[in-house]
Design a protein around this ligand. Sequence first.
Ligand code: NOJ
Length: 755
Amino acid sequence: MKSTILKLILSVFIAFNFSCDSNHSDKEVFIDDLLSKMTLDEKIGQMNQYNGFWDATGPLPNAGYEKNRYDDLRNGMVGSMLNVIGVENVYALQKIAVEETRLGIPLIFGFDVIHGYKTISPIPLGESASWDIKAIEKSARVAAEEAAAAGLNWTFAPMVDIYRDARWGRVMEGAGEDTYLGSVIAAARVKGFQGSDLSDFSTIAACAKHFAAYGFPEAGRDYNTADINKYTLYNNVFPPFKAALDAGVKTFMNSFNTLNEIPATGSKFLQREILKGKWGFDGFVVSDWGSIGEMIPHGYAEDGNHAAELAINAGSDMDMESSLYVTELQSLVKEGKVEEILIDDAARRILGVKYDLGLFENPFKYCDKEREKNVIGSKENQLAALDMAKKSIVLLKNNNQLLPLKKKGQKITLIGHLANDNNSPLGNWRGAADSNTAVTVLEGLEAYGENSITYSKGVDLYYGETNFHSRVNLNHTDKTGFKEAKIAAKFADVVVMVLGEEGFQSGEGRSRTELGLPGLQQELLEEIYKVNKNIVLVLMNGRPLNLTWADKNIPTILETWHLGSQSGNAIAEVIYGNYNPSGKLTMSFPRNVGQSPIYYNYKKTGRPGASSAEVTTSTYADVENSPLYPFGYGLSYTNFDYSELKLSGDKMNRKNMISASINITNSGDFKGKEVVQMYIRDHSGSLARPVKELKGFELIELNPGETKEVVFQIDNSSLTYFTVNDKWESEIGKFSVYIGSNSDVQKNKSFNLTN
Ligand code: NOJ
């Protein structure tokens, strides 16, 4: 019987000549027809997502849950699974869905493919520092190809949350603090994952998350309350989500936090009014892991039944791991607390994405063992990861041009646990990467040069195995390795110290109240400095760190994040000058943790007085207001000189535009890339305006001695924001334009926007 119905459905489907290109009504007709055959329970089943039976990325129910879940699957009560990976596993579960359920509706398999599946590229914060949009898109494409080859159809990425507080561990997972750059990157990542044809077997559905304001947890503590005003929400938080939507993103994930007192998962405003209403999103919204049930501890839902009612009424279409839709929705509909039309709508959205993926056409299209073998971890993908890794590195300081190092004839002492750690560079959210597979800095330096390298660990940063589920066990006491490291450092020509965070020290649930180098690393750095000042500090970390001491004392500092599978090779290529670093920070680095949250596009107080000796100003008694390294900052082995900036006029109206141009000259000895950044300041508005905001950038490459003119067109859209009138509009008055190499640029020219 089951197979007859399946065949019937498939034949209807085939008759409609489906493909991604087929017109909208074919899809509608198919889904209408399918929905008309579904019972209420089966529709609710589509809205249920279970974790697989191997690994989990959140708290699981009590032991013994597996059996019920298999039963649910067979009864058509599961629409999606997460954390099921590999063709064999996906195939086995898909087979149950297709062959054993009454209607044979395929499952959609989701996984956190955040910066690679098996071949790991840099953490997203690192990738964003490349400002290389094509490379970022390509990186997502490679990740999608590998994930699709492993049977997956859907990634829970990109995370497009804007954030400003380095204490929050998930800063590693996004594109930094800026809305404009974050929006451009959000679109690129969506395009990379989804490609131009979602029904192709190498593309997967993307998911813009976490809607919304998850990046603003109070005090940087993960999952914490977000309390931000309407204008920050519209002007800073929403745009990357909208950009993802405009790029065609198929799904959204809501978030754990409450936003202005209402849990995002239960927020009608976010999901129904904005996303599905004003923005017209026609894909589906998945809850975050258990976030429907978490509305109970939030003090918002009375019990599971109430939580399910609130979530569906608010527009959460799929329940990730709360199991509350399957247990509660049926009775909620019967009692009239939830209208069946909402269930139809949610099921329709979910079926629509499955349709777009081509899963009805062939539920097993992602399950090709041959492809799995050939695509995953291929040489080509490793090369792409290397390319992305090099582009993500940021040179923070390079006194006396200590870098690049000569490839021969040098005595190098390499120090630090992380220098010989092949696990940490994979970072958190490392997909299906095999542990201990990253190239280490030690291996990279040996492979790319012919120097004599002495390695001394210096100190254990951490002990034992690390993983997604446990806290890193840091060493706070044992300094026995200091002695050997000091001896090794003393007579070296140069000391390369690799310090920072273990790969799982940032990411979900990894908030910190201190931003210093963890464990005993700061002390080790200071001890080594006593015997040899010629230090290249290579940082590996998932968030901005407090580098105030290092910046003052250490001549050369390289920010390398957690760079992924090819980490050591990329770092060696930069250290030896095969690749001239071109990355620029996408998050401000504070002078100390007390400055958090810190970001470049802040609003001035009425008493800014940063350089004033007057006490009653908005300044700290102990450090200056500015960050240690500002947003957009990063050096190169060469120098770029900026000419005076020119504006094509001093007036514009909303219908025409002004161009801002500048000449950049490579006045150093190396070929290099520069990210030319354009910021605009709106001098007065119906709301207090930020000191400046990024409105354009261009990545250029110049040979030594070469000059290039960069021109930015400024039109009304560059001046528009969500004003006090609750409208996206520009306001007449004075604006200033800044073009420079980072957000601290001061030189500017002004113009007026007139009616
Ligand atoms: C919780 C995280 O917040 C979310 O980003 C992730 O996609 C899910 N868990 C699934 O792993």
